[in-house]
Design a protein around this ligand. Structure first.
Ligand code: FAD
Length: 316
């Protein structure tokens, strides 16, 4: 079922989770172990992130370096199908522009369709580890909107081979990313919103936000979107905080702020067990407030910490 239909048919706030594919070599049971404790909360859908290949330099015995390509977390599409099979829950694969030619993108979308997956979150992706800025493939997409338009075309039966006749139309429900604290490359919020509106006007069904720790930022963002004429559902993305290190890692990696009250509480903690407790309380407080304010879905980035998310959702 499409995410947008889950939202339309819901009688209250839904819950959804986001997981990473298992590290190569760990096997899918590692992921099931992660998901098992979360399934009692009947998530409406589960997102699976996409991780592109990386170039790394491996030192040879003679001291020289060899450039090798590694992919730490492959398998997003098939993992979505496996989760659907095992738990009978809808899944949302993330699909990015980075590392894909338009032909490979079309093949990936058709594979998803054959697997019975009718949702996709389309993203640009970040710069590869060996690049300073995002570089599309020579025959790939530069922005998420270009990828989105390819999905919209397939939904209309328009394939890359223009002379294909009587083509099958895919039926993807399309999600896109939004940034309550602005995407780090955008010169200002207005510009970022203009590009977000272009994605929605081109066919995005809903928006999922980058994580935030201050609900006021989410409410202000939703208002700014509505004032801008962006009227699709805006799903808040929520992440647990559980180590002191995250105080510096999260702002640096995701270009977000942590509220002073939260950082003060974390700084008082003697160890990461105490930080985890603060993180649980903060996330629970955030979740209750968002639910009270009628958000369509509470979307949790579970990221290796299912027990934290479980203890929050249990107490909602
Ligand atoms: P875009 O919408 O293309 O925007 C990128 C930047 O370009 C923005 O600054 C925007 O304002 C600007 N822009 C957009 N369109 C134009 C245009 N036409 N002309 C000029 N400027 C433009 N990354 C992964 O690799 N894998 C994942 O699984 C993944 N999941 C994510 C899930 C969520 C909910 C979020 C919020 C992010 C996720 N990311 C993921 C990270 C994402 O790929 C990065 O944030 C990336 O830098 C931007 O992606 P986007 O889809 O927002 O890009």
């Amino acid at each position: 079922m499409k995410i947008i239909d889950h939202i339309k048919q819901a009688k209250g706030t839904l819950v959804s989770f986001e997981v990473l594919p298992p590290l190569k070599g760990k096997g899918i049971d590692a992921l099931y172990k992660h998901l098992d404790p979360l399934m009692e909360f009947n998530p409406s859908f589960i997102n699976v992130t996409y991780h592109r290949s990386e170039h790394v330099f491996k030192k040879r015995a003679d001291g020289s370096f060899e450039k090798v390509v590694i992919r730490k977390r492959p398998g997003t599409e098939s993992i979505c199908a496996a989760i659907m099979n095992k738990y009978n829950v809808d899944t949302v694969p993330h699909l990015i522009c980075g590392g894909f030619s338009v032909n490979e993108t079309e093949d990936a979308l058709l594979n998803l369709q054959y697997l019975g997956i009718d949702n996709v979150l389309v993203l640009r992706g970040d710069a590869a580890k060996n690049e300073t800025a995002f570089e599309p493939e020579p025959d790939g997409h530069k922005y998420a909107i270009d990828l989105l338009k390819q999905v919209v075309n397939l939904n209309s039966g328009i394939y890359l081979e223009e002379d294909l006749k009587a083509t099958n139309k895919t039926t993807f429900c399309i999600g896109v990313a939004g940034y309550p604290e602005k995407h780090f490359e955008a010169p200002n919020m207005q510009t970022d919103l203009r590009y977000l509106k272009a994605k929605v006007d081109s066919g995005a069904d809903y928006i999922v936000t980058q994580m935030f720790f201050d609900n006021e930022k989410y409410y202000a963002y939703v208002k700014a979107c509505r004032d801008f004429g962006i009227n699709v559902p805006i799903i808040p993305g929520l992440k647990p905080i559980y180590t002191k290190k995250q105080l510096t890692v999260l702002p640096k990696t995701f270009s977000i702020d942590l509220p002073t009250d939260l950082s003060n509480e974390i700084l008082k903690c003697k160890n990461d067990e105490e930080v985890e407790q603060v993180g649980i309380e903060w996330l629970l407080h955030q979740s209750k407030d968002l639910k009270k304010n009628g958000v369509p879905v509470l979307h949790y980035y579970t990221l290796g910490k299912p027990h934290i998310v479980a203890s929050v959702v249990k107490n909602l």
